[in-house]
Design a protein around this ligand. Structure first.
Ligand SMILES: [Zn+2]
Length: 323
């Protein structure tokens, strides 16, 4: 049975796994990225790693990277975070030269959605939207098992839809972006600000206890944990974050009419305390009712492996192997 090598190019490590056509991981390994050495050196190390992990039946390589690789050519269209000379680098052609294997690359967030479609929370779903709630909000869309990229591979930036006309500035250059209100980082920041303002409410809250009375230690996970335990102060904070999140998710649902929406990333690990709040708001008018009724809302299930599993699926596509 043919297999592929899936690669996850991260800022700290490059991870690789050999994966068969059933999605079974046959072996894995990792090495340091050492991004400061430049893309040429990174690709050589990546090739060494692939050669260590591959087997006699390996037919292709799939790579998830930050930034925007061209999924057709494997050339980096934008800089991969932390790797100084990555923009314009022919990642897949170079990798093929060294390993002799066909290679394809796509954005790591897109491949996480593809992984969840193949073996995770959205198995076999017709139209899948993924919102990854972390430092920012990543977005991805998979339609009938294929990633939707947009005209110049820059589509599905769900974290940067406008949610407040005169709102917070975003590093992307826009104003009032969803991720400035509903990412794990934003919920954590709002919690720290609310706690720092003090007041009886804040100091009597479970959230205050969880951060040991030091507002600067509060984060989104503590907000979710305290809200789950019924803490009113944390619940109000989480309600506000989920108000914004549901407005963003609902708008994108109205645009795509998905069969399944996945929430992933750190904040989705909180489970129903976040999912339940968003679901309630979608059903109460944040999405067009027939669209909301038809769409599942689920938490991602593959965790850190989602991108690798998606990269494997993409590699099989590149090799023309049906899975
Ligand atoms: Zn933005």
């Amino acid at each position: 049975m043919p297999d592929v090598v899936a690669v996850d190019l991260g800022g700290t490590n490059i991870r690789a796994a050999r994966v068969d056509a059933a999605g079974k991981v046959l072996g894995r390994d990792k090495i340091s990225t050492l991004a400061e050495e430049g893309m040429g050196a990174v690709v050589k190390r990546m090739a060494d790693l692939v050669n260590r992990v591959r087997g006699p039946e390996t037919v292709a390589i799939g790579i998830g990277t930050p930034g925007t690789p061209d999924p057709d050519t494997g050339v980096m269209k934008s800089r991969a975070v932390n790797i100084p000379d990555s923009q314009g680098f022919p990642l897949c052609p170079e990798l093929k030269k060294i390993t002799g294997l066909t290679a394809g690359a796509d954005n790591d967030g897109n491949l996480a959605a593809l992984g969840e479609y193949w073996l995770g929370a959205a198995r076999g779903e017709h139209i899948v939207l993924l919102f990854t709630l972390g430092t920012g909000i990543g977005g991805a869309c998979v339609i009938d098992g294929l990633v939707y990229h947009g005209h110049s591979n820059l589509g599905t930036e769900f974290g940067h839809v406008t949610i407040d006309l005169n709102g917070r500035k975003c590093p992307c250059g826009c104003v009032g972006c969803l991720e400035q209100y509903a990412s794990a980082a934003a919920v954590g920041r709002d919690a720290r600000e609310a706690l720092a303002k003090g007041g009886k409410d804040a100091q009597a809250s479970l959230l205050w206890k969880l951060c040991s009375g030091d507002p600067q230690k509060a984060d989104a996970k503590m907000v979710c944990d305290a809200a789950r335990d019924g803490d009113a102060f944390a619940s109000r904070l989480l309600d506000t974050g989920c108000d914004y999140l549901a407005a963003g998710v609902g708008s994108l649902m109205n645009a795509f009419n998905p069969s399944c929406v996945i929430l992933g990333g750190g904040m989705a690990l909180a489970g129903d305390v976040v999912l339940g709040r968003v679901r309630k708001r979608l059903d109460a008018g944040r999405a067009y009712a027939p669209i909301a009724r038809d769409a599942k809302l689920v938490a991602a299930t593959l965790g850190d492996d989602a991108g690798l599993i998606g990269a494997a699926r993409f590699a099989f596509q590149k090799a023309g192997v049906r899975v």
